[in-house]
Design a protein around this ligand. Structure first.
Ligand code: HEM
Length: 167
């Protein structure tokens, strides 16, 4: 899948010298999410899902990674929604609007360790739990979406677990 592409070497100075770590298993072998998810939700409900998800991220312990202002936070949500329109079986809106996905590369400027991934997944899970009722996600495909993000988020981890600053 093109969304798995890696990128040229990154300048470690741009992320406060935290070395880049690469998951030893390499890119995940993810199953496709059934296109029925896009067909049922459409771009509108998928976008609403991502606004709710990013609102949670904005109140989470990894909020510092995301834009502070509500307007820019929702802009970031729109980008992720465009990617997930494709991942849920619709047109490749992300590629059309923003160019090559290169997902791991685009996450490299952010220090993402395993606890950060778990917090991201917690916010996603909470949004997913209300998705059939609020955003028309087909209940029978919730597990497939969850499996995809659990697998794929592992590949976004790019730093060994950071200590809490005590030495
Ligand atoms: C390991 C958990 C993850 C963390 C902590 C994380 C964090 C972030 C951050 C901080 C941004 C930048 C937000 C901004 O625009 O200011 C971002 C962007 C984005 N993320 Fe993630 N992410 C994670 C997993 C994923 C996964 C699994 C996907 C699914 C494909 C994804 C898709 C995206 C997309 C499409 C963007 C926009 C990229 C761009 O155009 O700049 N993320 N993410």
């Amino acid at each position: 899948m093109d969304i798995l592409n890696a990128l040229p070497p990154h300048d470690p100075e741009s992320r406060d010298g935290v070395p880049i770590w690469t998951p030893p298993g390499g890119p995940p072998q993810t199953d496709r999410i059934p296109a029925a998810v896009y067909e049922t939700m459409g771009e509108e409900q998928i976008t609403r899902f991502f606004h709710a998800f990013y609102s949670r991220l904005g109140r989470s312990s990894i909020a510092h990674m995301f834009p502070k202002s509500e307007k820019n936070l929702m802009r970031a949500a729109d980008k992720s929604a465009a990617m997930f329109v494709f991942l849920f079986g619709g047109p490749h809106l992300y590629q059309q609007r923003y160019g090559r996905p290169m997902m791991r590369a685009r996450h490299l400027p952010f220090v993402i360790d395993e606890p950060a991934r778990q917090e991201w997944l917690r916010c996603y899970r909470e949004t997913l739990d209300e998705a059939p009722e609020k955003y028309k996600m087909p209940t029978e495909h919730v597990d497939a979406v969850w499996k995809f993000v659990v697998d794929f988020s592992g590949w976004m981890v790019n730093a060994e677990t950071q200590s809490n600053g005590e030495s």
